[in-house]
Design a binder for this molecule. Structure first.
Ligand SMILES: NC(=O)c1ccc[n+]([C@@H]2O[C@H](COP(=O)([O-])OP(=O)(O)OC[C@H]3O[C@@H](n4cnc5c(N)ncnc54)[C@H](OP(=O)(O)O)[C@@H]3O)[C@@H](O)[C@H]2O)c1
Length: 263
């Protein structure tokens, strides 16, 4: 695993972001962490500081482009940036997604990624190359939902498809600048996001195991990291079906927590 000396993670107050922060934390490491819930964010910061890291925690909404750009620029130089923040909500079986759900999911899961990654790319292009030849590493936490237009979660799937495609396509040019970009597409991870799901979650994985897999994938300069592979394969195959058929099959699954505020 690469030992990153300076890393920035959005959505570090719980789940995958928190697990990544904890794995990275250690003496000589500086972590910049954000989230909206000050109490949960401070708990992550304290746990990381307890492992010897220097931690700067910031209560921040990733939908606020100006605030995120200022935060990223002030944090630099950065060896690793993880655009991890995401929210999810569903429409419930047979119901329509609300406008509020759709707009908040796109604002956080799509704009929030651009708000984080665009300033990070600009920052890293100005950095010196490290011993590995890299100027920096950027991970975008997308999802296997990118591969399947699931009727119960239209905006979540569409937003993840957008950031996955954007990351993989942007990674090509970024590599010429010495920046590694990886789209991370996990299956089901046990976090607050999946705690509401009342349906079988094949391959459900703990967040700390997911964090270890993600960091190995980044070290290997993967452009897209899909895990567990067999759940990814099933998602890809479902996505290849004709839309009416995939809609009928995927529509059988209960939606995400129906008609709740996106969390
Ligand atoms: N869990 C899964 O099965 C799974 C699978 C594939 C992909 N993913 C993706 O993995 C990422 C992390 O999700 P998770 O499962 O770890 O869920 P989680 O435990 O709910 O974590 C989401 C994090 O994002 C933060 N956040 C939400 N909205 C924010 C905003 N507007 N501004 C700043 N921070 C915000 C939350 O903190 P606050 O509440 O403090 O703001 C929290 O720290 C997401 O992008 C998700 O889509 C998850």
């Amino acid at each position: 695993m690469i030992a990153y000396r300076a890393a920035l993670i959005t959505g570090a107050s719980s789940g995958i972001g928190r697990a990544l922060a904890l794995v990275l934390a250690g003496p000589g490491v500086t972590l910049h962490l954000c989230g909206r819930n000050a109490e949960r964010l401070q708990a992550t910061a304290d746990a990381c500081a307890g492992r010897g890291a220097t931690v700067h925690a910031r209560v921040l909404d990733v939908a606020d482009a100006g605030a995120v750009a200022a935060w990223v620029n002030a944090a630099g130089p950065l060896e690793l940036v993880v655009a991890n923040t995401g929210i999810s909500a569903g429409s419930g079986r047979g119901a329509a997604e609300t406008e509020a759900q759709a707009r908040s999911i796109f604002a956080v899961n799509v704009d929030g990624v651009l708000n984080t990654v665009l300033p990070a790319l600009n920052l890293m292009r100005r950095q010196e190359r490290g011993a590995s030849g890299r100027r920096g590493t950027i991970a975008v936490i997308a999802s296997m939902a990118a591969f399947t237009p699931t009727p119960g979660a239209p905006s979540y799937c569409a937003g993840k498809a957008a950031v996955d495609t954007w990351t993989v396509a942007t990674a090509h040019g970024a590599a010429r600048d010495g920046i590694v970009m990886t789209s991370v597409c996990p299956g089901y991870i046990r976090t607050a996001m999946t705690a509401h799901n009342r349906f079988p979650m094949p391959g459900l994985m703990e967040a700390d195991r997911a964090a270890a897999i993600i960091l190995r994938g980044l070290a290997a300069s993967r452009r897209r990291l899909v895990f567990p592979w067999w759940v990814g394969l099933a998602a890809r195959l479902a996505g290849l079906l004709p839309p009416r058929l995939s809609g009928a099959l995927l529509g059988l699954a209960p939606g995400k927590h129906a008609l709740l505020d996106p969390t």
